[in-house]
Design a protein around this ligand. Structure first.
Ligand code: DAH
Length: 352
């Protein structure tokens, strides 16, 4: 058989072959692999064309044209098959069962939670809400008048030294008014007693600021304030509310004791201790072997404060208390350095 015949038969065979191979490919990758086998540098056609050298010159043009036509056919069939495969895949996707977006992930997603101070704050608020107190908010930038003057801190009274703070200027503040970052939540008393009429029983939590910074004091920390104003409110009511609170927060059997203390805006004033939650009152390192832990300040609202809020001190009485949320949380979780609350280190926060 002459070289021309051999090569023509090989090309016939090639023509049938590649169509069958393309049809048999069921994925895009398989199809591309087949195309490489057929047309690639080491492919079947290259193999056949190695024989061209032996074809007589007068036949070469015809065979060359045939080869070009075949190459074009390969490209066309390839594109057709590719489109068909893509179409099949799309059809399969469309008729497959839909994604179940509610299916649990295979890798469990770590769950976030409230910051320990936020948790403590909302547990405290919940107890007072149950007792009938309404939760309100006050601004962190406060008038000096509300933070000190109307709470009966005399100007330049040494008590304001303990509450040295950050003075700020605020656009739009009443002229001549000095503004500061509030040093305690007690300012909320003035705000609310000026705009509401008794009876009222309110609690308020939020950030307060002082020029303090050590392992138990942070320049910003959180307080909760509570107060109740009505006719004939007595110290007995105050004791009832705070001892109920202590038992609900620290557990049944928790005892409270009231020690006389001074705060300019209450008379009489007291500090409240609870029986040590760690040793039950026997004495331990945390309660410094006293059996008691101080948790808050309180007292009967001073008549001068009522006057400053245009309330009648002859007709009304009330009590107030204020506690440090950070301190309560530190005791609750056994944390010795307050700064941990504000560093936002996930390894610390993950432990709550
Ligand atoms: N405001 C006080 C402080 O930051 C705490 C306090 C004491 C609040 C007695 C009160 C109170 O309402 O009656 O040190």
């Amino acid at each position: 058989m002459d070289a021309t015949r051999i090569i023509e038969e090989a090309l016939d065979q090639f023509g049938q072959d590649f169509t069958a191979r393309f049809e048999a490919a069921t994925t895009e990758q398989a199809l591309r692999d087949e195309k490489a086998t057929v047309l690639g540098k080491k492919g079947k056609l290259t193999e056949i064309l190695k024989q061209m050298g032996r074809v007589p010159p007068e036949d070469r043009k015809r065979i060359g044209e045939r080869v070009n036509a075949l190459k074009e056919q390969v490209e066309t069939r390839f594109s057709e098959r590719l489109a068909a495969l893509r179409n099949l895949r799309r059809q399969a996707e469309l008729s497959a069962p839909p994604f179940d977006l509610s299916m649990p992930a295979r890798i469990p997603t770590p769950r976030g939670h409230l910051h320990p101070l936020t948790q403590t704050q909302s547990d405290l608020l919940a107890i007072f809400r149950d007792l009938g107190f309404l939760a309100v908010e006050g601004p962190e930038v406060e008038l000096e008048e509300y933070n000190f003057t109307k709470l009966a801190f005399p100007p330049d009274h040494p008590a304001t030294d303990m509450q040295d703070t950050f003075w700020v200027s605020v656009a739009g503040a009443p002229s001549g008014a000095r503004t500061l970052l509030r040093t305690h939540s007690s300012a909320v008393q003035i705000r609310e007693m000026t705009r509401r009429r008794p009876p009222m029983a309110l609690v308020s939590t939020g950030a307060v600021y002082r020029r303090d910074d050590d392992i138990t004091h942070s320049p910003m920390f959180f307080q909760m304030e509570g107060f109740l104003v009505d006719h004939r409110v007595t110290f007995g009511h105050l004791k009832a509310v705070l001892s109920t609170f202590a038992e609900r927060f620290y557990g049944p059997g928790t005892r409270t004791r009231f020690r006389p203390s001074y705060f300019p805006f209450v008379e009489p004033g007291a500090e409240v201790d609870v029986s040590c939650v760690f040793c039950g009152g026997e004495g331990c390192r945390i309660c410094k072997y006293t059996g008691w832990i101080e948790i808050l300040g309180c007292g009967m609202i001073h008549p001068a404060v009522f006057e400053h809020c245009n309330l009648d001190p002859e007709a009304l009485t009330g009590f107030a208390f204020g506690l440090g949320v950070d301190r309560i949380a530190m005791l609750r979780y056994g944390i010795s350095d307050i700064r941990l609350f504000y560093e936002n280190n996930p390894r610390f926060l993950a432990q709550f």
